[in-house]
Design a protein. Structure first.
Length: 128
C-alpha cells in the first residue's frame, strides 16, 4: 500500500495563491534591489537585495490582500444575483405576482414614437 503525504493538499488553494503572489513580489524586489545596489559594488548588491526583498514582500502582501477582498466581493455579488446559488434572474419571492401573462411593452418591441431622426452615420442631421 502506497501512502501519500497530504501536506500540500492541507493548505487551501487561496493560501497557495497568496503565498505564491507574495514570493513572486519578494523575488522581484530582491532582483530589482540587487540590480540597483550593484552600482555600489558587491556589498551594495547584497544590501539592495535585502531591502528589495523586504519592500517586495510588503507589496506582495498588499496585492494579495487586495486580491482576496476583490474575490470575496465578487463571490458575494455572485451569490446575491443568483449566479452560484439560486435562480439567475428569477423574481424575488416577496415580489407581487404578474397580473396578466403578457410581456412588457418594452420587451415586446413597443416604444415611444421617435421625435427626431436617429443618427445613422458619422454626420447627424443638425437641422432637427
Amino acid at each position: 500500500m502506497k501512502t501519500r503525504s497530504k501536506e500540500k493538499d492541507a493548505v487551501p488553494k487561496s493560501r497557495n495563491g497568496r503565498a505564491s503572489r507574495i514570493e513572486t513580489a519578494a523575488v522581484t524586489g530582491a532582483v530589482a534591489g540587487a540590480a540597483a545596489g550593484a552600482v555600489a559594488g558587491p556589498v551594495g548588491a547584497v544590501a539592495g537585495a535585502v531591502a528589495g526583498t523586504a519592500v517586495g514582500a510588503i507589496a506582495g502582501v498588499a496585492l494579495a490582500d487586495a486580491s482576496e477582498r476583490r474575490h470575496a466581493k465578487d463571490d458575494q455579488l455572485d451569490r446575491d444575483i443568483g449566479v452560484t446559488e439560486g435562480d439567475l434572474g428569477a423574481a424575488d419571492p416577496s415580489a407581487p405576482p404578474a397580473r396578466i401573462g403578457a410581456y412588457g411593452a418594452g420587451s415586446a418591441g413597443a416604444a415611444a414614437v421617435a421625435t427626431r431622426t436617429p443618427g445613422e452615420g458619422p454626420i447627424e442631421d443638425v437641422d432637427d
